[in-house]
Design a protein around this ligand. Structure first.
Ligand code: PAN
Ligand code: ZN
Length: 205
């Protein structure tokens, strides 16, 4: 493609047309405006087995996932996109996962496209409906408006997924931090299983 525009990171900062490399083997996003790293301590209170969590944390505050972000203007009409890479691991028998969130602007949606790995997207809405969809290489996923979402890695390699969402969506982490998700993904008999979260605080917001 011929373009008079500068390529790469300059396009992202200035919100100019651009394309980007997606290294699906690493996996890494070729150009991004920021990178967030989440470690075990960022997931405090989220894993069911609190004692196993404390033991794991005592051994080191390990990196759980990285988000390469191309963050837009924050205006409706613009898009944020990026790549989330979630490492494999378990706390007790519960698989490593992202914090998960509702969008601050509840009626916004999101599309994910999985590049590598095996896992699930755990979702729920404020009425208590829930859904768990499989994530696997070359599999896409639509998070409908109003649904909280969390990635869970049930495989042995990093789970990597591209995401695209409205730039004004924002993140509401507080609701999940206090209420939890209704469903958890744990290993049972050597395979992933969906179980009820006994600590789920209901569908109030
Ligand atoms: C994604 C997520 C990313 C990390 O960009 O933010 O996968 O998950 P947490 O934000 O829950 O830590 C997204 O869904 N944005 O809206
Ligand atoms: Zn989101």
């Amino acid at each position: 493609m011929v373009s008079a525009m500068p390529r790469g990171i300059g396009c992202i900062v200035d919100r100019l047309p651009c394309s980007f490399e997606l290294d699906t083997l690493s996996p890494v996003l070729g150009a991004f405006s920021s990178k967030s790293e989440r470690t075990l301590s960022d997931l405090a209170g989220q894993f069911l087995d609190a004692a196993a969590y404390e033991r794991a944390l005592a051994e080191g505050d390990r990196l759980v996932y990285v988000v390469y972000q191309s963050t837009g203007s924050g205006q409706a009409g613009d898009l944020d996109y990026g790549l989330t890479v979630l490492w494999p691991g378990k706390i007790g028998n519960e698989y490593w996962m992202t914090k998960g969130h509702y969008h601050h602007v509840l009626e916004t949606s999101e599309v994910y496209y999985c590049l590598q790995g095996t896992g699930y997207m755990v979702m729920e809405d404020i009425s208590g409906h829930w859904a768990v969809e499989k994530l696997a290489s070359a599999r896409g996923l639509y998070v409908a408006p109003g649904w909280a979402h969390r990635m869970v890695n049930v495989g042995n390699v990093p789970l990597a997924a591209l995401y695209v969402c409205p730039s004004h969506a924002g993140h509401d982490y507080h609701t999940i931090e206090t209420r939890g998700f209704r469903k958890l993904i744990v290993e049972q008999g050597g395979a992933p299983a969906i179980i009820d979260n006994p600590r789920w605080q209901g569908c109030r917001r």
